[in-house]
Write a protein that binds this ligand. Structure first.
Ligand code: PBG
Length: 346
């Protein structure tokens, strides 16, 4: 008998053999394409730290959705840059908010496109936090919930993100998005109890059939930097570590996911993707509902930066990174590469 008897290389010899035995396949049907919608008309402003990603006015967002759809991308997720920001995130829930307008316009032109609404308040809050901010601590004056907060808080005061008061605004935002034609509600704020609060509000408003894709395990990540430029949503003081997850915690991620499922999530998301592939994999083993992963802005920006220096082969790194996310167990991938990857797969 020839030695060694087992030759794994037999199945690697040709492209046809490799394709025949391939375990993981990427398809455009699993991609979700993020769009940043801003006021105005004919606006297409490139994000400095995300080459190839733009702030788009409603009309341009419609064109982008059309192009994505023609490449086989079935869904977009919408983020808004409102006209004005305030301390109760009016732009997130008003009937004519920028995302609500974009949703109606895209539905009218590309009715088959699935619309996912990111539900968070940071883009719409003057202070850039995902919830209502309350001053606490030394000498903080008493004031009603949600009233103006010093920006940044004066020295000697501390602040807190009010979990329960924020739930009402998240629920209101979700209902407003559903009314505008959003098909899937995706809360990304990381307040406790928001999936239950949103489910209840959607049901009461007659949207029993609108699914919730919860950003269940969302880590307090430095990889969101470029997004905060794109969405103009960086916190003006402090950071998000009191509500987003500590990147060191896998067991806690499992608890977050389990709780969101108990509260009524139909699908769950892990975010970022590549630095948290172990979390995706653990969630895949444990839970039976659809799992999404978000290849976030910093993951995209790193690849683009290296590619621009000719340090890596952009297309191959793009496909390898997406394959790794798929292999780890995500069936849905949110990625700024949705269009480019779909084009390569065609
Ligand atoms: C809103 C939100 C963020 C992202 C998605 N939804 C930013 C954040 O939490 O600061 C990040 C997406 C990305 O980096 O591509 N809270």
């Amino acid at each position: 008998m020839a030695f060694p008897a087992t030759r794994l290389r037999r199945l690697r010899r040709t492209g046809a053999l490799r394709s025949l035995v391939r375990e993981t396949r990427l398809t455009p049907e699993s991609f979700v394409y993020p769009l940043f919608v801003c006021p105005g008309e004919g606006v297409r402003k490139e994000v400095r730290s995300m080459p190839g990603v733009f702030n788009l006015s409603v009309d341009e967002a419609v064109r982008e959705a059309q192009k994505a759809h023609s490449l086989g991308v079935p869904a977009v997720i919408l983020f808004g840059l409102p006209e004005k920001k305030d301390e109760v995130a009016t732009g997130a829930w008003e009937e004519n908010g920028v995302v609500q307008r974009a949703a109606r316009a895209i539905k009218a032109e590309v009715p088959e496109m699935l619309l996912i609404g990111d539900v968070c308040l940071c883009e719409y809050m003057s202070h850039g936090h995902c919830g209502i901010v309350e001053r606490v601590g030394m000498g903080a004056p008493a004031r009603p919930l949600g009233a103006a907060v010093a920006n940044p808080p004066a020295a000697g005061t501390d602040y807190e993100i009010l979990n329960d008061a924020t739930l009402e605004l998240l629920a209101r935002t979700s209902v407003s998005l559903a009314r505008a034609g959003i098909d899937i509600i995706a809360p990304s704020d990381m307040m406790d109890g928001r999936v239950a609060a949103i489910r209840k509000a959607l049901d009461e408003a007659g949207f029993q059939n609108t699914p919730i894709l919860s950003y269940a395990a969302k880590f307090a990540s430095a990889f969101y930097g470029p997004f905060r430029e794109a969405a103009d949503s960086a916190p003006q003081f402090g950071d998000r570590r009191s509500y987003q997850m500590d990147g060191a915690n896998l067991r806690e991620a499992i608890r977050e996911i389990a709780l969101d499922i108990e509260e009524g999530a139909d699908m769950i998301m892990i975010k970022p993707a590549m630095p948290y592939l172990d979390v995706i994999s653990a969630a895949r083993e444990r839970f039976d509902l659809p799992i999404a992963a978000y290849q976030v802005s910093g993951e995209y920006a790193m690849i683009e930066a290296a590619a621009r220096n000719n340090w890596i082969d952009r297309d191959r790194v793009m496909m390898e990174s997406l394959t790794s996310i798929r292999r780890a167990g995500a069936s849905i991938i949110l990625t700024y590469y949705a269009r480019d990857a779909a084009r390569l797969l065609a």
